[in-house]
Design a protein around this ligand. Sequence first.
Ligand SMILES: NC(=O)c1ccc[n+]([C@@H]2O[C@H](COP(=O)([O-])OP(=O)(O)OC[C@H]3O[C@@H](n4cnc5c(N)ncnc54)[C@H](OP(=O)(O)O)[C@@H]3O)[C@@H](O)[C@H]2O)c1
Length: 364
Amino acid sequence: MVEPPIGGSELTLRSPVATVGTGVRVGRAVPLTPAPRTLGNAAYAIIFAPTTVPRFVRDILGGDSPSPETRRVLPTRLVKLLTEDQRRPHTMVTVVFGARGSVGRHVAAGLTASGVPVRLTSRTPDASHVAADLDMPETLPAVLEGASQVFLYAKPAGIDEFVAAARSAGVRHVVLLSSGAIVQPGADRNPIARDHRVVESALQESGLSWTFIRPGMFATNTRWWWMRAIKEGQAVRLPYPEALTAPVSERDIAALAVTALTERGHGRQAYTLYGPQALTLREQVGHIGTAIGRPIPIEVVTPEQARADLGRTMPAMGVEAIMRAWTEGVDVVPETSVIVEKLTGRPAQTFAEWARDHADDFRL
Ligand SMILES: NC(=O)c1ccc[n+]([C@@H]2O[C@H](COP(=O)([O-])OP(=O)(O)OC[C@H]3O[C@@H](n4cnc5c(N)ncnc54)[C@H](OP(=O)(O)O)[C@@H]3O)[C@@H](O)[C@H]2O)c1
């Protein structure tokens, strides 16, 4: 990426300026005065600026708490101002594993929008994805060559070989998509938690810098559970319609990863991340219904029937994890998180917003 000139009293807006819901406008080097015209109708902005930002420009932007005057003229709701020295230097490539995955694809897009050179990987390569399989260590040295950072999915079987290949390629920082299961009670007996712990431990002992992103229940799970019934106009079958969960958007999980890969100060940090609201399963189905424009009926079934239903689209380990979370959600209000807004400067996506973004997934 060509570095834009910075200096004088011109604050330089580099990237990204994003409009919620319609993707990311990749920033160019543009003068930020007058700020309202430059920011247009963006819902939020992340701005890289020289350390010596003139005071009056800071005042115009208002940082995280814009003045009433700024609120009046500036439609942008949240402005995150980063000084140049808070930004990681990106002269080398960042390798993104799982770049077609629900989280990985947003990590790839977010890094690209931030001007970070990326190498996208897949087990089935094409013109945009190079071949890499974490279960086939011989594929790793080539894909890691010349890389300084990695976004990694947790694959315990090949993690030692990954660490060896990353070290010898000169990788400095690894951001791992881990799991909130690690910090839940009973983690020692939970195979999902154990698998992710193996990978975290290997990275902690690797000598590499690491950041762990530990999300709770993905909002995307609802596609696996309910998509087929909803598409076919059938009732969604639930064992505990009033069970609460706090589903987290894959976009927000990716946003934390991108933050950890583009800013300094996230080494040796583990971020546990839940959704911003606890909602009953009935409410979640309701939000999907609103998004697709018709009510979705709910049928209450036994836990055994629910297990069998889930088993049609999920492995047994996943089924047990979901049933455990739903059972707990009957009596316990699940944790919610504010970490997305804290680290990225913009609010986490609500489940209603997520459902609107994914409405087509639930339509025939
Ligand atoms: N679902 C939840 O509620 C939840 C909660 C917490 C944590 N998690 C964790 O999140 C991860 C799933 O994330 P997701 O939803 O983004 O997954 P996803 O959409 O199923 O995508 C998985 C990605 O991983 C890649 N992949 C699979 N096996 C690989 C291998 N051997 N080598 C290299 N790449 C491989 C796939 O790439 P190709 O197919 O292109 O090769 C694919 O892009 C899991 O690790 C899970 O434990 C999930």
